[in-house]
Design a protein. Structure first.
Length: 103
């Protein structure tokens, strides 16, 4: 991992949302829970695969300052390229995902 990613690591920036549940030299697996009114400052993820355990809508703000609403459907699995974002849950529902970060 490069220094910028290490400095902006999701687990370091937002440990209240991201819990490491497994790690080896190939992957790091995060249990991510974003409760209503939770926020996380700008943080980074390497390429990763996400499985949505409990869906909902989150506000995601990119490095360029653009904010968009992202709806995650329960049961969906998808690939996400390396990115940096801030997140907030403005809904009344918790969003829970398992995120497998590739090293």
């Amino acid at each position: 991992m490069d220094q910028e990613v290490i400095n902006n690591d999701a687990v370091v920036v937002a440990p209240h949302l991201h819990k490491v549940i497994f790690e080896n030299d190939k992957v790091r697996v995060l249990d991510v829970e974003v409760k209503p009114n939770d926020t996380a400052e700008m943080h980074a993820h390497p390429d990763n695969v996400i499985t949505v355990i409990q869906g909902g809508t989150l506000s995601m703000t990119g490095k360029d300052g653009t904010t968009k609403e992202v709806t995650l459907e329960t049961g969906a699995t998808f690939f996400s390229a390396a990115n940096e974002h801030a997140v907030s849950n403005n809904s009344s529902e918790m969003v829970k995902v398992i995120q497998v970060e590739l090293k």
